[in-house]
Design a protein around this ligand. Structure first.
Ligand code: NAD
Ligand code: UD1
Length: 340
């Protein structure tokens, strides 16, 4: 299939491109590079062994720009990664988040249907469950109250696509709720490259390991968890990327509306991750305990059985591979894609 990949220059998009090509698909990337660099696409092309990935520097809110892309290519489906994702920033700039994520996706969906492309795989998040009613979290778990505008954009967009699919059953909509993607491609040449101070745990740990930050702050050790620190379902980004290829097969069969958790089903605490990182990489991570971070929950991990059963997909990598591959990327590229 030929796939429109919005946000393809970003962390998850770049890894997904590799898995798409290795499964025999082709892709065209639309990205405004607001949180990425074209260097990732150059490296992806090298890994795949092609001259270049077709790329358009277009904002998904730009209807004319998108129409031009559709005028040049036929797409069988879209994998829609483009969006802003920094939770704290979304609290400070809600309008910008609703505009980028919601207006952008509405424009994209309209341009898609006008051009007869009615299959979409959407990057949603475990954040839509809010403080989850059940652990492990299955797709049956009711959606909850999001604690920030970023989370609401995911929850609202799920609703938009659900309603559109109900109204027009030609649409195939797959909502993928990611848990906590970390890790990097085995080559160590592509990975997560956050701007400024990382918000998320693994990029913070790797920046401590590489000497860019003095120590990790552990946000709370008084949660109701085995060691008091927050428990999450970390998933290797390559496993996550392969989940999209599996979802694409489903779309090809005319899937209608479907929702899947993409996680491993295992929960690791902050200190479990720190210890695993130290053990597998032989690097020490100094840390100190800080107050809880607003909006955080104690425990969040998935029941991934539905994706196992219906997509034939299962996460293959464990926490050791995630820590090893995150470190390979960061140690080989201390300044991310800006590393000379
Ligand atoms: P990322 O920031 O690395 O990638 C997103 C890409 O979208 C970037 O390349 C950015 O430049 C592009 N983009 C943003 N707004 C755009 C716009 N208006 N027009 C065109 N391009 C635009 O993030 P990621 O970690 O790869 O996440 C991909 C998707 O998955 C996002 O939608 C994110 O919300 C979602 N998600 C991520 C996580 C995570 O932990 N990384 C978890 C759950 C869901
Ligand atoms: C974050 C987002 C969530 C998004 C998810 C996907 C927040 C509040 N939530 O979730 O919306 O869907 O990523 O990846 O950002 N931690 C520390 N020190 C740090 C950073 C994190 O102790 O410097 C702890 C956190 O308190 C948490 C765990 O590490 O217990 C994981 O944090 P993080 O990587 O930010 O992910 P989430 O909070 O699960």
């Amino acid at each position: 299939m030929n796939i429109l990949v919005t946000g393809g220059a970003g962390f998850i998009g770049s890894h997904t491109l590799i898995e798409l090509y290795s499964a025999g698909h082709t892709a065209v990337v639309v990205d405004n590079l607001s949180n990425s660099s074209q260097e990732s696409l150059r490296r992806v092309a090298k890994i795949i062994g092609i001259a270049e990935i077709p790329f358009y520097n277009v904002d998904i809110r730009d209807r004319e720009g998108l129409e031009k892309v559709f005028a040049c290519h036929h797409f069988d489906a879209c994998i829609h990664f483009a969006g802003l994702k920094a939770v704290g920033e979304s609290v400070a700039k809600p309008w910008e988040y609703y505009d980028n994520n919601i207006s952008g996706t509405l424009t994209l969906l309209d341009v898609m249907r006008r051009n007869g492309c009615k299959s979409i795989i959407f990057s949603s998040s475990a954040t839509v469950y809010g403080d989850p009613a059940e652990i492990p979290i299955s797709e049956q778990c009711p959606k909850g109250q999001c604690s920030n505008p970023y989370g609401w954009t995911k929850s609202m967009l799920e609703q938009v696509m659900t309603d559109m699919q109900h109204a027009d059953t030609e649409w195939n909509v797959v909502l993928l709720r990611y848990f906590n993607p970390i890790g990097a491609h085995q080559s160590g040449t592509i990975g997560e490259d956050p701007n400024g101070i990382p918000n998320n745990l693994m990029p913070y740990i790797t920046q401590v390991a590489v000497g860019k930050r003095p120590e990790l702050g552990v946000f709370g050790n008084d949660y109701d968890t085995p060691d008091g620190t927050g428990v999450r379902d970390y998933i290797h980004v390559v496993d996550l990327a392969r989940g999209h290829v599996a979802a694409l097969q489903k779309v090809g069969q005319g899937s209608g509306l479907s929702v899947y958790n993409l996680g491993t089903g295992h929960g690791y605490s902050v200190l479990d991750v720190v210890k695993a990182f130290e053990r597998i990489n032989g690097v020490r991570i100094p840390y100190s305990i800080k107050p809880r971070r607003a909006g955080d929950i104690a425990t969040c991990y998935s029941n991934p059985e539905k994706a196992n059963r219906e997509l034939g997909w299962k996460a293959l990598y464990g926490i050791d591979e995630m820590c090893r591959d995150s470190w390979r990327w960061q140690s080989q590229n201390p300044d991310g894609y800006a590393t000379k």
